[in-house]
Ligand binder design. Structure first.
Ligand code: ZN
Length: 137
């Protein structure tokens, strides 16, 4: 079982690709939120628990992100990246789409729900995300 703060950090990394969908009409809100999340996640290398506390505050600041985070916590992944299917453990197992992360700072997580979609660039570092399965803590 991973510590709660690791789950919070993962939610903070994984919500970034969803901000456009969560705030379609509010460009400044999503830009500010993405900037603040990136800054909070940047603290991870020095103090993971402090970084997680900042990320948690940001995720709770809007009903849209609080709702998204509750679903993330229930699935351990973005809701639309997890589904019940035939996993290695048998039918009915929760199968999560392949996880990609920013190779520079692990501050942006994206799940590849379709092989036809090109992985995006990390908006903070401008580099393409790379496959990075989540390792159990
Ligand atoms: Zn990055």
């Amino acid at each position: 079982m991973e510590p709660a703060w690791e789950q919070t950090l993962e939610a903070g990394r994984a919500i970034r690709p969803y901000l456009t969908e969560l705030f379609p009409e509010r460009l400044s809100t999503r830009q500010e939120l993405d900037f603040c999340l990136a800054r909070a996640l940047d603290l991870t290398t020095r103090d993971e628990e402090a970084a997680a506390a900042k990320v948690r505050t940001l995720l709770r600041a809007h009903p849209e992100t609080a709702d998204w985070t509750a679903k993330f916590e229930a699935h351990g992944a973005p809701e639309d990246a997890a589904r019940r299917g035939h996993g290695p453990g048998g039918p009915g197992e929760l199968v999560v789409a392949p996880r990609y992360t920013c190779p520079v700072a692990d501050d942006y997580v994206w799940h590849r729900r379709s092989a036809s979609v090109l992985p995006p660039l990390c908006p903070t570092h401008g580099v393409r995300v790379r496959p990075a399965p989540r390792t159990p803590q």
